[in-house]
Design a protein around this ligand. Structure first.
Ligand code: DAT
Length: 173
């Protein structure tokens, strides 16, 4: 029998460092990294177009259908800037990365964001929108906020999540 492995949700405002942490965590634990944006792109899992933000709208039901078998199997790190579209049963831990707004502003500017898109994303972080969404969507004891401002934060978060994963596997196998 295959060892049981946990599913981890990495969420937070765009630019907080989900992809950076997720890929490194996958490399070091052997868990599978799934970026919802890329998955939607590859499978064209869209349902319409958002004129205001100039981006396609995610077809949430199809995303969930597409991933469900893999999630039931376990061992998946999901990266997305939202969390209320996923079934609660999927995740064993929900990590909300947080970045100071001045830092986030610079990161998103470097990414080429301008105007309303830049303002709205920084405001999303200031209002802790994703953290509140996570607290409403999952049992609060599995929701954790981690600071993601510096390379030292990244290292610390990585260490903590590797440890958490190892402990989870000991406890469940
Ligand atoms: P996300 O996937 O949440 O959109 P990302 O992983 O692409 O974010 O990171 C955005 C930028 O910030 C990228 O240039 C890497 C940098 N970064 C990520 N985590 C960081 C950290 N803890 N300290 C400093 N820079 C970080």
């Amino acid at each position: 029998m295959m060892a049981k492995r946990p599913n981890i949700l990495l969420t937070g405002t765009p630019g907080v460092g989900k992809t950076t942490l997720g890929k490194e965590l996958a490399a070091q634990t052997g868990l599978t990294y799934v970026n919802i944006g890329e998955l939607a792109n590859e499978g064209n899992l869209y349902d319409g177009y958002d004129e205001e933000y100039q981006c396609p709208v995610l077809d949430e039901d199809r995303v969930v259908d597409e991933l469900d078998a893999k999630m039931v199997e376990g061992g998946v790190i999901v990266d997305y800037h939202g969390c209320d579209l996923f079934p609660e049963r999927w995740f064993h831990i929900v990590v909300v990365l947080r970045t100071d707004n001045t830092q986030l502003y610079t990161r998103l500017e470097d990414r080429g964001y301008t105007g309303k898109k830049l303002q709205d994303n920084v405001q999303c972080e200031i209002f802790q929108t994703i953290y509140e969404e996570a607290m409403e969507s999952y049992p609060e004891e599995i929701v954790h906020q981690l600071p993601s401002n510096t390379p030292e934060d990244l290292e610390k978060n990585l260490e903590q999540l590797i440890q958490w994963t190892e402990q989870w596997m000991k406890d469940h196998n």
